[in-house]
Design a protein around this ligand. Sequence first.
Ligand SMILES: Cc1cc2nc3c(=O)[nH]c(=O)nc-3n(C[C@H](O)[C@H](O)[C@H](O)COP(=O)(O)OP(=O)(O)OC[C@H]3O[C@@H](n4cnc5c(N)ncnc54)[C@H](O)[C@@H]3O)c2cc1C
Length: 445
Amino acid sequence: MLDLLVIGAGLTGLTAAYTAAKSGLRVKVIAKGLGAMHWGAGTLDILGYLPGEEGAVKRPLAAISQLPDGHPYRLAGDVAGVLATFVALTEEIGLPFQREVGRRLTQINADSENLLLPSPVGAARPAFAAPVGQLGGDLSRPEPMLIVGFTGLRDFYPQLIAENLTRQGYPARAAFLPLAVVSGRRDNTAVSIARELDNPDQRQKLAQALRPLLKPGERVGLPAILGLDDHMQALADLQGLMGTAVFEIPTLPPSVPGMRLFRALEERLQRLGVRVEVGMEVTGANRGWRPETRDSQSPISNLQSPISIEWVETETSARPLKHRARAFLLATGGILGGGFESDVNGRVWEPIFNLPLTAPQKRSGWFRPAFLDPQGHPVFNGGVAVSPDFRPVDGAGRPLFANVWAAGGLLANFDPILERSLSGTAVVTGMAAAQAIVEHVKCEP
Ligand SMILES: Cc1cc2nc3c(=O)[nH]c(=O)nc-3n(C[C@H](O)[C@H](O)[C@H](O)COP(=O)(O)OP(=O)(O)OC[C@H]3O[C@@H](n4cnc5c(N)ncnc54)[C@H](O)[C@@H]3O)c2cc1C
């Protein structure tokens, strides 16, 4: 039997699966679709903003003490330690996250400051660490930027980026190249161009076309297209050919950096013996048994002690399947990731274990009137409340199940969009919950 079944293949589920498998557990990941990694910038965003406060957070780890008690980072405890494990994982999979080009990230502490990187619209975006390919865009560097797009490529607007950066005091100018430089196709996306640039000959052609545009002392910002499977080599080649720093700026979705990370994590998991099966929607769980009796089918609402889940059920094209495991981790992403369902009136529910949610249950309570309200929106702050070891709890704080944990975007008591803590909370809670599961499974008879 499996030790751990992870439900959800986003950053939370995959980093949790890695942590558990590395500790010797037999793990499997199932998900109805790909995670929201394919939407994100592919950076490690720990904490960019504090609710109710103006301006970006400078030192995110130090600022964690200002977050409310039930915030997922406060539950996780050793955030720096977990992040160090994640950074080591990115090195293991060949997509190292760093804070300075060419310098391994070995020190993560309360003094570590957020970087500012250019966003797809030219805003200064706080991120704690980033894949090497994005670091050349660090806005604390003095070199002016040449932002280059391709005529006809949707989802990347160099003029908008350059104008907005310049307005904020970061000198930048825009230029365009014909799409034919990098692709023979008439219709292209960042993903198709990234595939083209896995080919060294295409990198040569791109460098040849870029060189005449460049002024001395400039660095070059491109959409995130520098290779899909051979990214590190593509980046090194292009920088070598250009003789200057070349960096990627995330495009509108789908995100090539997110896709690279997903593929590399999936491959690493496979080598650890973990199968990632996408296309399996979990539709429910059995009512389980009490650990001490193993025969009760008591309704969850009458519990004196938490019950255990024996299996969850998935819809597949052929027939429903039951998946048994000693432990289950729910990493279904909440309202953003499709892990919660809702109806037209705004009622929100968690469809697999029917967990209680702190989200508002009327549509009128979901959003505050101002789109950019400094307190964020209640619907993003609502989710599954958990114990300090990441087990879903009832209103009195008691764990609901003996063998179910929850992590990532579905958790209550934080607003990942307002805080810009999407990937940070995914990694930290995924890995911390997996660690709690490892201890639980290893202590079981
Ligand atoms: C619009 C948008 C913008 C984003 N922007 C950023 C950004 O700028 N920066 C950033 O870092 N991140 C961004 N993200 C992504 C963010 O990284 C994730 O939302 C966050 O990391 C939470 O990850 P997660 O693994 O908890 O959930 P998700 O990545 O949402 O993964 C949820 C997983 O659960 C699966 N699932 C859901 N329900 C079921 C079910 N019933 N049965 C089986 N599987 C199920 C899904 O198919 C998916 O695999 C964005 C996401 C969205 C949607």
